[in-house]
Structures are given as structure tokens and as C-alpha cells.
Design a protein around this ligand. Structure first.
Ligand code: GLU
Length: 449
């Protein structure tokens, strides 16, 4: 059977690292199994779904190189949902309920006060046709519930192992609102059946939905089923829940902060699994190492510092030809890049935390810079001993060796003022590599301030 998975975000906000982690796990699973990855927008909640979020979600996925084989949106499928709903209504599996939210709330409170679980009592099933007509005449419009079988549902979850859940533990779920719009549960099942989805990989907050949805699936298309994998939800570094609505750790923000898509994916592919985090050079390596059975039930935490460390490692592995177009987009002109870009990239790539640092270093190396000058004594010796061009990565050693002798200085006392005078900063890439990039004329200017 072909592996078909789907990532089904509701376009009601920007994706955060937790959402994207699920997209990535689905995508890796499909690639690993030569399968298909469907991007489905769960946009039946028309009051909260927005086109700008659809676009933002697609942009985030493309930035991360998580490409989809097929795209769908639930708002295009309403006719299909209506047909299925009608069929289930005809079979008595979906039934109309007329209680107002206040009445339901009251019932729940009463049950709780009697120490009973607040499960819907199905009183709507006892209404006669004339009672329903009476309610409709009073202006009440029904919402619709799916009638659970109250059976024990079990499945083998790829992450959680054997799961058993008795659907009598919960109320018959509302599948359609009084205004005729659908809630999440039923459309999702109809789509999964229609798209022949083989594996549903999603957050563990959906475990009880899965039990209900398996019952729905059986009711809609007997014999159909899916394999589930419920992964624990990602938390923030201090254990806080991530939320689209408060915009925590959005992919857009991480992207703007200069994080590499590969570092984001390298980290998210491993958080919550027993495999250690690795700085991947490409998505193919990540796919080949991926194994869903290594994911555990422990709650993973997302730590920005961990991403930052990984980002430096990922950058070190990027070749000049891969970074070239990005430096160009960042405003560095082509002839300068062709001329000195390669040396520049090799000089700085092991010393940057994110791509934006590369642009800063470009400016430090090649644009006029005001820096703290050397003290007079050191300046005279530094100027006198500075070799003539052409320069190489040996020039720094030649220069500083004679400077040590002339000035009598060594170690930090010599190197820190030189670094500050040349770059304006007290740390950075090795000066032996920067010196030839800065060039003799600029070096002389910077030494004297
Ligand atoms: N739209 C649902 C969500 O964002 C999808 C859940 C699912 O994967 O079925 O939670």
C-alpha cells in the first residue's frame, strides 16, 4: 500500500516550530517510504481562517524545503461533506440537537456537582418529530452530533504503542454547527478517506479524536482505516505550551533572525527522538537517517540556544557556491563576489552564528570602518613592519612576528589592540585570513584611526 500522509494546518495563524515539526515528521516519513505528502488546509472555520495565513504557511514550508505533492483545502469540499452527512443522518448516525450553549453548560455543571462525568445525555434523541417542529417554530436551529457506538477502540500507534480508548468516556461530538458549518472531526475523516491517507501523524492532543475518527471512518466507509502516530507536543524551553495565536517561535521570526532552514529542520527532526541532534548538510541525509520508531513519549523542549549552536555548525558546512546567491540577494555585488567572495566565505564561515553575521563581516572587511586606533608606540612599529603586498594567509604571521620583536609586546596585549583596530571588535574570524581581504591600504588607515 502506498504511503500517503498529510499535514493539515488550520490557516488561523502563523506556523510555530511545533506545527512545523509535525509537517517535517510527516514529510520525512513520506520521503523515507517513497510516499506522498499532502498539504491540506483545514479552513472550515471561516471566521478565523485567512488567505494570508495560507500564503504564509506555504512560504514557511517552501523556505524549509518541505515540498508537497498535492494541495487541498476543506472549503472546496463542502458538497462532499454534505453528502456524507446526509447519508449518516439517514442512517441515524448523525442527529439534531436543540440545546443552547447555556442549557448544555447547565447540564454539565449539574453532572459535575453529582460527581459524574459531564457527558452529553443524548436527550435530543428522545425528541419526537412534533417536539422538533415546535422547537424549529420557536426559531431554534439544530446543531448535529455524531452518535458514538460507545465501543472500545484500539490501535497500534507508531509512537505510543498499543492504545485502547472507550468512546463511552465522551459526549457524542458535534460535527456541524447550527449555521451549517462543519467542525474539524468529520471533514478530516472524509478527506483522509478520499485522499487514501495511509498514515496520520499528528500531535498527541488528538488521541481521543483518533478514537472517534476511527468510529466515523468505519461508519462512512466500512473496512477503511489508517495507521496513527501521535507525537508529544513540543514545548518552549521552560516548558510553556506553544501557540499560534500568541505567535510564539514562529518560523517567520526565526527566518528573519537569520536561522538556516537546514538548522531548523535538523533540530526539529530529532527533538523528541532517541537520535542525537546532528547538523545535516542536506535534506537527503536527514531522510535517510529518519526513523519514526525512535520517537518517544517524552515531551521535547525547544531551546533557541540549541538552534543557535546548530546553526553555526550548519553554516560551516555550506559551500561558497551555495551561499553565493544569498550574498548577492543581501546586496553584495556580483563582481566583488566573483573576485573575493570565495576567500571571504572560507575566512568567516566558521565564526558566524547566522547568515546576517556574514553580511556584517563583508562590510567590516571591505567597507570604510572607523575603529579605535593603536597607541602611538605600537602604531609606529605596526606601520613600519607591515609587509608590502601581495598578501597571503602567511602575511599575518610575518607581520606580527616582527611586531612582537619591535614592540616587545605579545599575547593579548598585542593581538587585542590589533584586532580592534582592524575590525572594530574584540573577537571574530582568524586575523590571518581577514588581513588579505582588508588589504594594505585599509589596514594602514585603520591602524591610525
Ligand atoms: N487542523 C488540525 C490541527 O491543526 C489537523 C489535525 C490533524 O492532523 O488531523 O490540529
Amino acid at each position: 500500500m502506498k504511503t500517503i500522509v498529510r499535514f493539515a494546518p488550520s490557516p488561523t495563524g502563523y506556523l510555530h516550530v511545533g506545527n512545523i515539526r509535525l509537517a517535517l515528521i510527516n514529510w520525512l516519513y513520506s520521503k523515507k517510504n517513497n510516499g506522498q505528502f499532502i498539504l491540506r488546509f483545514d479552513d472550515t472555520d471561516t471566521s478565523r481562517s485567512e488567505t494570508r495565513y495560507v500564503e504564509a504557511i506555504k512560504n514557511d514550508l517552501l523556505f524549509l524545503k518541505i515540498e508537497w505533492d498535492k494541495e487541498a483545502k476543506q472549503s472546496d469540499q463542502i458538497k462532499k461533506y454534505n453528502l456524507v452527512t446526509q447519508d449518516l443522518r439517514d442512517r441515524g448516525l448523525i442527529y439534531p440537537c436543540y440545546e443552547t450553549p447555556e442549557e448544555l453548560d447547565f447540564k454539565r455543571k449539574r453532572l459535575r456537582s453529582q460527581n459524574k462525568p459531564p457527558i452529553y445525555d443524548r436527550s435530543a434523541l428522545k425528541l419526537s418529530e412534533s417536539q422538533k417542529a415546535e422547537l424549529e417554530k420557536d426559531g431554534r436551529r439544530p446543531h448535529w452530533r455524531f452518535k458514538l457506538k460507545n465501543s472500545e477502540i484500539s490501535w497500534t500507534d507508531l509512537v505510543r504503542g498499543e492504545i485502547k480508548y472507550n468512546t463511552s468516556n465522551q459526549s457524542d461530538p458535534v460535527v456541524m454547527r447550527a449555521d451549517g458549518t462543519y467542525l474539524y472531526l468529520l471533514p478530516s475523516v472524509v478527506d483522509d478517506i478520499n485522499h487514501c491517507v495511509s498514515h496520520v501523524i499528528r500531535g498527541e492532543d488528538h488521541v481521543t479524536n483518533s478514537a472517534v475518527q476511527l468510529e466515523m471512518m468505519e461508519a462512512i466507509k466500512p473496512g477503511s482505516s489508517v495507521t496513527f502516530a501521535h507525537v508529544p507536543l513540543l514545548q518552549g524551553a521552560s516548558g510553556e505550551a506553544l501557540s499560534k495565536r500568541i505567535g510564539s517561535l514562529s518560523i517567520m521570526d526565526l527566518r528573519e533572525s537569520g536561522f538556516e532552514s537546514l538548522s531548523i529542520c535538523s533540530l526539529l527532526a530529532r527533538l523528541g527522538s532517541s537520535d542525537s541532534v546532528e547538523a545535516y548538510s542536506n535534506m537527503e541525509e536527514m531522510i535517510s537517517d529518519f526513523d519514526i520508531s525512535n520517537f518517544s513519549r517524552a515531551t521535547p523542549k525547544f531551546n533557541l540556544q540549541e538552534l543557535s549552536n546548530l546553526n553555526s555548525k550548519v553554516l560551516q558546512k555550506i559551500t561558497f557556491s551555495d551561499i553565493y546567491p544569498r550574498l548577492q540577494i543581501a546586496g553584495i555585488n556580483k563582481s566583488d563576489l566573483d573576485d573575493k567572495g570565495n576567500l571571504f566565505w572560507e575566512a568567516i564561515k566558521s565564526n558566524i552564528n547566522n547568515f546576517n553575521d556574514a553580511v556584517d563581516w563583508w562590510n567590516i572587511c571591505f567597507n570604510p570602518l572607523s575603529t579605535p586606533p593603536l597607541t602611538d608606540d605600537l602604531l609606529i612599529h605596526a606601520q613600519a613592519s607591515l609587509p608590502l603586498e601581495p598578501w597571503s594567509d602567511q602575511t599575518w604571521a610575518v607581520w606580527t612576528d616582527s611586531l612582537k620583536k619591535l614592540s616587545g609586546l605579545k599575547g593579548k596585549k598585542l593581538f587585542l589592540p590589533l584586532r580592534k583596530a582592524l575590525t572594530g571588535l574584540d573577537s571574530g574570524p582568524e586575523l590571518k585570513n581577514l588581513l588579505p581581504l582588508i588589504g594594505r591600504e585599509s589596514v594602514l588607515k585603520r591602524l591610525s584611526g
